[in-house]
Design a protein around this ligand. Structure first.
Ligand SMILES: Cc1cc2nc3c(=O)[nH]c(=O)nc-3n(C[C@H](O)[C@H](O)[C@H](O)COP(=O)(O)OP(=O)(O)OC[C@H]3O[C@@H](n4cnc5c(N)ncnc54)[C@H](O)[C@@H]3O)c2cc1C
Length: 596
């Protein structure tokens, strides 16, 4: 095992874009061996425990009590998935360029932990860990691990990087998370794969047509066709064709309880603006809950490559950038509840400690002293006959690696002329045979950045058809899309083209309708007014504050904001100073008064 301290890189994050070569070069970072001095610094965060030879430190599928740092003895590792199968250690070792024997035993100085431990939810082990001879280890519970990462900057960086890289490797080989048993190309497998990928959860698809592993399972659970795919969770639980919410609950992504006293800040939306608010706010000591309807990352998470975000000259996948932000927020103690839609805001409370009440889609209520609305924008559905029946059956509003795999060497059609359409076209062109890009206007120059236009022009398999609109979708609801008809708006000529993949990038509208009845003033297009724009005779709100005191809006949902990742993050950072002002006006909470 390597011992030397590696220089700090830019770190990697759960995300699909990491290459195996990159992982191999980071083997030493993934499995660091702590020095005696570093181990001493860990001691104050945990307690030393002893395990006699042969005892299991923990089982696969069970919650792990925390991070283990091995002091003496060795621990044998047998990774298992929910099917009870041993993970192919050889594949894992090959992926990261390590000898197989180094992957099966943990030696003194090494760290056993997974990034899920930062979330504050029970983190299920993906392997059995058995003591080989007597073992002594420091066990650091999740809360103390977060404290260690914050207090011990250099050591914390080393451990955190190892945890992030391990998750990246698990995502790469598809182990450590659910196993989806169903046809690779079925819309429900695509739906669930996409959801897992957006939440940076490792998973594996077993197609009964191609994989013998699936037959015994299918015989055992005998699902009806409508119950496919079945999803086998790491603890062996089986879900039959679950909704995304059911899967999220089974994965522990949805918080099962909230604090009883009000949070300092409830952030609604985990796109770049909401995540920036969470990171900056929690790093300054505020108690923060983030509520997110779908998956973290928002629109940015759907971006294959962001090239204009400061500090990433070669670009960064939106998913990777946002996954880093979530880890960073968890490190500072932010609580998350994903797949948790907020339906209503009630700010009518009064009294010495007025709170805002957020009503969730599942009927629960959350209380917070201030609220930051960071709900961004939702994709617009163009007026195309029969569109709804093909959504998820050939029609997509994003282009992620899941879709890219499905359209490898096939012809795809893409509608839209903005930057997100341009990015998607370039991304898909590296997988598909041909990309037909349909643009309503006469050209791209007024709607797309120059660098993307240049890249499209340089791509031999992207054809841009201007003045063009879609007039019909061909196919059946059962079999999905098999063709698209379009018309040239200048000449009136109509054509039909065979394709099973249509991507729509036709803009977005503010996700603020849930605020109806909350008293928050919106502009004529539905964006939230803030600052002077929201003033009333009684009150001039703070610059990012809405017309309701203590409720703020940041990012794309805010009227007048610049619709960019950098701008959303900037607003998330700026709002924190205003939150402090607002909280100071309210005075100390009963809890903080007691602490003082
Ligand atoms: C495909 C694509 C590519 C892009 N590429 C770039 C780029 O290269 N560079 C760039 O600068 N910008 C890019 N953008 C724009 C950029 O992503 C957005 O400006 C940015 O994501 C806005 O951040 P936000 O946090 O304000 O909102 P969003 O990213 O829209 O996030 C809002 C979040 O709020 C959640 N939400 C909504 N309603 C509720 C509710 N009621 N309850 C709970 N949660 C809710 C949503 O699910 C979402 O996760 C791109 C956009 C897209 C779609």
């Amino acid at each position: 095992m390597p011992h030397e301290h590696e220089p700090a890189g830019d770190g990697a994050s759960p995300g699909p874009a990491t290459s195996n070569a990159a992982l191999a070069s980071r083997f030493h970072q993934m499995f660091p061996v702590l020095s005696a001095g570093e181990i001493d610094r860990v001691r104050r965060f945990g307690e030393v425990r002893r395990f006699p030879a042969g005892e299991l430190l923990f089982h696969a599928g069970e919650a792990v009590p925390g991070m283990y740092v091995i002091l003496s003895g060795r621990v044998a590792i047998v990774p298992r998935d929910g099917l009870g199968q041993a993970v192919p250690v050889a594949a894992f070792a090959q992926l990261i360029g390590a000898p197989v024997e180094e992957m099966t035993e943990v030696v003194p100085g090494e760290v056993m932990a997974e990034i899920g431990q930062l979330s504050g939810r029970p983190d299920l082990s993906v392997f059995d860990a058995r003591a080989v001879g007597d073992v002594e280890a420091i066990v650091v519970p999740p809360e103390a691990l977060r404290a260690l990462l914050v207090a011990e900057a250099e050591l914390g960086e080393r451990i955190l990087r190892a945890l992030i890289l391990r998750r990246v490797a698990l995502i790469e080989i598809g182990f450590g998370g659910p196993v989806l048993v169903g046809a690779l190309e079925s819309p429900d497998v695509t739906r669930l794969s996409h959801f897992l990928e957006r939440n940076a959860i490792p998973f594996r698809v077993v197609d009964p047509e191609e994989d013998g592993d699936a037959s015994p399972l299918l015989a055992r659970f005998a699902p009806k066709p409508s119950e496919l795919p079945i999803v086998v969770m790491p603890d062996g639980t089986v879900l039959k064709n679950p909704t995304k919410l059911e899967l999220a609950r089974a994965l522990g992504l949805v918080a099962t309880s909230f604090r009883s006293e009000p949070y300092d800040v409830a952030v609604v939306g985990a796109g770049p603006a909401g995540l920036a608010t969470a990171v900056y706010g929690a790093s300054e000591g505020l108690s923060i809950l983030v509520l997110e309807a779908l998956a973290f990352g928002g629109q940015a998470g759907a971006s294959a490559r962001i090239e204009n975000y400061l500090g990433f000259p070669t670009g960064v996948s939106g998913q990777a950038l946002m996954a880093r932000a979530v880890t960073q927020a968890q490190k500072f103690g932010v609580e998350f509840s994903l797949s948790t839609e907020v339906r209503r805001l009630d700010s009518t409370g009064s009294g010495p400690d007025p709170v805002h009440i957020l009503e969730l889609a599942d009927g629960r209520r959350v209380r917070a002293r201030t609220v930051v609305v960071a709900t961004g924008a939702r994709y617009r559905r163009p007026e195309i006959p029969n569109l709804a029946q093909f959504e998820g059956r050939g029609v997509s509003y994003w282009a992620s690696p899941v879709e890219a795999r499905l359209c490898r060497d096939r012809d795809v059609v893409l509608l839209g002329g903005g930057n997100s359409a341009g990015q998607a076209a370039v991304f898909l062109a590296s997988h598909a045979r041909q990309v037909s890009m349909l643009v309503r206007g006469p050209g791209l120059s007024s709607t797309m950045s120059r660098y993307l236009i240049d890249r499209i022009t340089a791509s031999p398999n992207i054809a841009v058809l201007c003045d063009t609109e879609i007039v019909e979708l061909l196919g059946t609801p059962d079999q999905g899309l098999n063709g698209v008809g379009w018309r040239n708006r200048r000449t009136g000529v109509e054509e039909r083209h065979g394709t099973a993949h249509l991507f729509l990038f036709t803009g977005a509208e503010p996700a603020a309708t849930w605020l109806t009845g909350s008293g928050i003033p919106l502009d004529e297009k539905g964006f939230i007014r803030t600052g002077a724009d929201a003033r009333s005779p009684e009150r001039v709100p703070l610059p990012l504050e809405t017309g309701v005191e203590g409720v703020f809006a940041v990012g794309d949902v805010r009227c007048g904001s610049v619709k960019r990742v950098g701008a959303a993050i900037g607003e998330g950072a700026s709002v924190v100073a205003q939150l402090h002002t607002s909280l100071a006006r309210l005075g100390p909470t009963p809890a903080s008064a007691m602490r003082a």
